[in-house]
Design a protein around this ligand. Sequence first.
Ligand code: G3D
Length: 173
Amino acid sequence: MGQGHSASAPQVILMGLDSAGKSTLLAKLLTGQVMETSPTIGFNVGTLNLDKKTSLTVWDVGGQKHMRPNWRLYLDDCEALIFVVDSSDQGRMAEAKAALKKILSEEKLRGVPVMVLANKKDLPNSMTIREVSTSLDLPSYTDRLWEIQACSALKGLGLQQAFTSVNKMIKRS
Ligand code: G3D
């Protein structure tokens, strides 16, 4: 794995509300590596080349933060969207649901598969994937592949399976 961004590389985009656990997830994936952040690009916390062909770009969405106008440029080659939610924060599920809906209404993401990561499953009060799935209205997304996976970015649980599933979804879509 290395860092860097090539505008033409297929992208996997990681999104979610602030505090969902995106930086923690990225740090886990980058263990032992130095992470470069690109404040000039926007709110992405980093871009990681998963392999020669695929890179992962991370964005905060929703919350008090405003999307930069140029974030859509990153959707051009987006092959999959990973949407991270804090499954222990029931109070922000409606906000997460709205943010996901808004992103998925982007024309450029039509038909793009979505992996929802129900993060922080290590916490005792975390919602089940069924509860998260219902809260985010995932069954209403009938025009694309979607999956939900529980994980703990902090403990590194469920991440391998999630990325394996993402690759499979990309191949199937
Ligand atoms: P963001 O990048 O999406 O904004 P962060 O989110 O990665 O900064 O995570 C926000 C907070 O949640 C951090 O705690 C982080 O340690 C915690 N967190 C992230 N993933 C997990 C997880 O899987 N389990 C638990 N228990 N906590 C997690 P702080 O205290 O630093 O704000």
